[in-house]
Design a binder for this molecule. Structure first.
Ligand SMILES: NC(=O)c1ccc[n+]([C@@H]2O[C@H](COP(=O)([O-])OP(=O)(O)OC[C@H]3O[C@@H](n4cnc5c(N)ncnc54)[C@H](OP(=O)(O)O)[C@@H]3O)[C@@H](O)[C@H]2O)c1
Length: 260
């Protein structure tokens, strides 16, 4: 029997990118999947097909996680169709890439709503479905929560908030038997990079990562899957960094790289 056989996971923004890799990893361990998407239905349907080929059950739910009424509808649907949930991954993200003097209220609220508030609202509903099931919640963060990049202010602040919400959830959900943690990554080559970060970043990242290559969506998914396992039971409220050593060696462009 596979380790997550009979479990159900909701992964926001899992039609593509890192969310898709997480969905595939959990499904490879036998987990049934609820794919949430917002705009890209075709990508989500392709992901659902790939998941079904792994032999698991798949639901597809369109919902903008920046809208509390859509979050409520998404959880109402899961409540009606399943009545339980074992794993919730807060992966969906969006944001406005602007210098700080150009961030207006709308841009701030949009970014904070999708990236930070959604974790709170989804976790509140997920907890109700996880009663007595040893639930797991993992949020996906980025190094912008601690480090500064050009035009990344709104997203970086939203990720700092996400990590703080993760810590509070972790402690308040201990009595509910729900383990809550975050996984943070350095740059991963998905479509998100096109929006936020300057050209040439991929080359720069390879040069400054001690391991000698960029983090992949699968690297992130592997750590998420570990946090969803019982082996990670005593890890609570942590942000696990997946960055090939970048954070601990910011001078690494001048040191020897790995062979990867
Ligand atoms: N790529 C990186 O360098 C990197 C590094 C560290 C952390 N991360 C984090 O990893 C996570 C995934 O990033 P990614 O690189 O895979 O991003 P991506 O390729 O841009 O994909 C974003 C995903 O989020 C979904 N999404 C966006 N707005 C949404 C909304 N309002 N409601 C529901 N879903 C929404 C998208 O769904 P649709 O396509 O259906 O609209 C898509 O599935 C994010 O939390 C991101 O901050 C990324």
């Amino acid at each position: 029997m596979k380790p997550l056989q009979g479990k159900l996971a909701l992964i926001t923004g899992s039609g593509r990118g890192i969310g898709k890799a997480i969905a595939l990893k959990l499904a490879s361990q036998g987990c049934d999947i609820v794919v949430n998407y917002f705009r890209r239905r075709e990508a989500a349907e392709q992901t659902a097909e790939a998941l079904r080929e792994l032999g698991v059950k798949v639901d597809l739910i369109k919902a903008n996680v920046g809208d509390s009424s859509k979050i409520a509808e998404m959880f109402d649907t899961i409540t009606e169709s399943h009545g339980y949930l074992d794993i919730f991954i807060s992966n969906a993200a969006s944001g406005v890439g602007r210098p700080i003097m150009e961030i207006d209220e709308k841009a701030w609220d949009w970014t904070m709503g999708i990236n930070a508030k959604a974790l709170l609202l989804c976790a509140q509903r997920a907890a109700g479905l996880m009663e007595g099931r040893n639930g797991k919640i993992v949020s996906i963060s980025s190094l912008g929560s601690k480090f500064v990049w050009p035009t990344y202010a709104a997203v970086g602040v939203s990720k700092a908030a996400l990590e703080a919400v993760t810590r509070y959830l972790a402690i308040e959900f201990c009595p509910k038997g729900i383990a809550v943690n975050a996984v943070s990554a350095s740059a991963v080559d998905t479509e998100a990079l096109k929006f936020y970060i300057r050209e040439g970043l991929v080359k720069d990242v390879k040069q400054t990562t001690p391991v000698g290559r960029m983090v992949t969506p699968e690297d992130v998914a592997n750590v998420v899957a570990f946090l969803c396992s019982e082996e990670a039971y005593m890890i609570r409220g942590q942000t696990i960094i997946v960055d090939g050593g970048t954070c601990v060696a910011p001078w690494s462009s001048v040191v020897e790289k790995g062979e990867a």
